[in-house]
Design a protein around this ligand. Structure first.
Ligand code: NAD
Length: 434
């Protein structure tokens, strides 16, 4: 099939390249000229395992192309995917500015009948709004159908998830649009949930809100466990073996970040507010998450008292491993606080440093490795559970730091490993090891 994808961020680029890999002809449109040039030269502007290889292969086979021109990009397309950003607005609701602009651009340049498919995470009712904008601004006499196909990929394993996800959700109030989407997705060979437009939009928010709830829940249990002498590792294992609960998303830590959970949880609360429906569970999920971010630094300050003139090694900056994404990363608030307290901060991240430099305070120094970061440090703090950080041996802290004092916000080591290592180890929801 001939497909256009609008927006080449984490979602649009992965979608475009994976649809091309299935054999569809895909044109990706983005307003960012630099990004488009980079993509056409076979370079991925984002870090995702396996993405650059697939990009190069499909560019070479002429299955995918990139352009800034809507007219050229939309020509003869049977489906047009919308995958532009929907960031958090000032009041917590989803900001639809990019969706509105892209919809108007589609209307201006569309010359044939097509199905508009929204991949972006948008509030319930937005697909109908998109249809209204496009129909009100059409220049040529064409007909559009509208469908929702929310995205569930996880950054860090986005390509894998596209081919091995748990389900594909397609929603439309038009039977032909649903059939077309089912045919396009058939190659992924995954279970397909067919539903109406509003339910599809709601599935995405409800799923993210539930996952965020699970994280805040386990963090609350971790904080309590720590105070009453239980170990959250054991608690989570014992809970997770119950199939009704499930073992995933029960890792205690410094809370969720990234471009989705924080904004989507706030957005669904805001959807409720618009119709005067309070969502106390989700409001508390957000509050617990905010509190959780400061817990590791509070522990560190309680232990060290005065950070003036102390060197702190910050290990891991991206909001989670295997991505270079710094959006809403807990490392932002943590490094700001450390600097405010007078510490010298040396940070290490395997891939996110270029993006980190754009959002972290200028005083942060960067190291090329965990080894280099902890060299001569007074305190080390783990914020992202990268493989390189989990595998950095405890002897490395012992040998290189002034005093091996480690605060682990991601529970990277099990306590048996730490005992007798000579490292003083503070983590989340577990006893301190001296
Ligand atoms: P992103 O910010 O990485 O990318 C958005 C892209 O859209 C950018 O390249 C930008 O230049 C482009 N763009 C903006 N306006 C445009 C326009 N008018 N025309 C053409 N291109 C335009 O965003 P993302 O992380 O890929 O997220 C996109 C959507 O998918 C959001 O709604 C997000 O909530 C949702 N989502 C994201 C993830 C994720 O893990 N990142 C997962 C599921 C769903």
């Amino acid at each position: 099939m001939k497909i256009a994808v609008i927006g080449t961020g984490y979602v649009g680029l992965v979608t475009g390249v994976c649809l091309a890999e299935l054999g569809h002809h895909v044109t990706c449109i983005d307003v960012d000229q630099e990004k488009v040039e980079k993509l056409n030269s076979g370079k991925s502007p984002i870090y995702e395992e396996g993405l650059e290889e697939l990009l190069q292969k499909n560019l070479h086979n002429e299955q995918v192309e990139f352009t800034t021109e809507y007219q050229q990009g939309l020509k003869d397309k049977q489906l047009v995917y919308l995958a532009v950003g929907t960031p958090q607005g000032e009041d917590g609701s989803a900001d639809l500015t990019y969706i509105e602009a892209a919809s108007r651009d589609i209307a201006e340049h569309l010359e044939n009948d097509t199905v508009i498919v929204t991949k972006s995470t948008v509030p319930v009712g937005t697909n109908e709004y998109i249809k209204e904008i496009i129909e009100a601004n059409l220049v040529h006499e064409v007909h559009i159908k509208i469908a929702s196909n929310p995205e569930f990929l996880r950054q860090g394993s986005a390509v894998y998830d596209t081919f091995h996800g748990d389900r594909i959700v397609i929603g439309s109030d038009d039977e032909e649009a649903l059939e077309l989407l089912e045919a396009v997705n058939a190659g992924f060979n995954l279970p397909i949930v067919k539903t109406d437009l509003r339910s599809a939009e709601m599935i995405k928010y409800a799923s993210n809100a539930f996952l965020a709830t699970k994280i805040s829940f386990i963090n609350e249990m971790a904080n309590l466990s720590e105070k009453i002498g239980a170990n959250i590792d054991h608690v989570a294992r014992g809970m997770g073996m119950d199939k009704r609960i499930g073992e995933s998303f029960l890792n205690a830590g410094i809370g969720f970040g990234g471009s989705c959970f924080p904004k989507d949880t706030r957005a669904i609360i805001s959807i409720g507010k618009e119709i005067a429906y309070d969502m106390p569970i989700l409001e508390n999920v957000v509050d617990v998450n905010e509190r959780q971010r400061s817990i590791i630094v509070d522990k560190l300050l309680k232990r060290v008292y005065d950070l003036k003139g102390k060197k702190v090694a910050v290990l891991g900056l991206s909001f989670k491993p295997n991505t270079d994404d710094m959006r809403e990363a807990p490392s932002i608030a943590v490094t700001e606080k450390l600097l405010e307290e007078g510490a010298t901060v040396v940070a290490y991240d395997p891939v996110a440093v270029a993006n980190a430099k754009k959002v972290l305070p200028g005083q942060v120094n960067y190291a090329e490795s965990a080894e280099e970061a902890v060299q001569g440090a007074d305190v080390a703090i783990i914020l992202t559970e990268w493989k390189q950080i989990k595998e950095f041996p405890l002897t490395g802290y012992k040998e290189r730091m002034n005093k091996a004092l480690l605060f682990d916000g991601r529970n990277c080591f099990n306590l048996d490993q730490v005992k007798d290592s000579g490292v003083e180890y503070h983590s989340i929801g577990r006893p301190v090891i001296y």
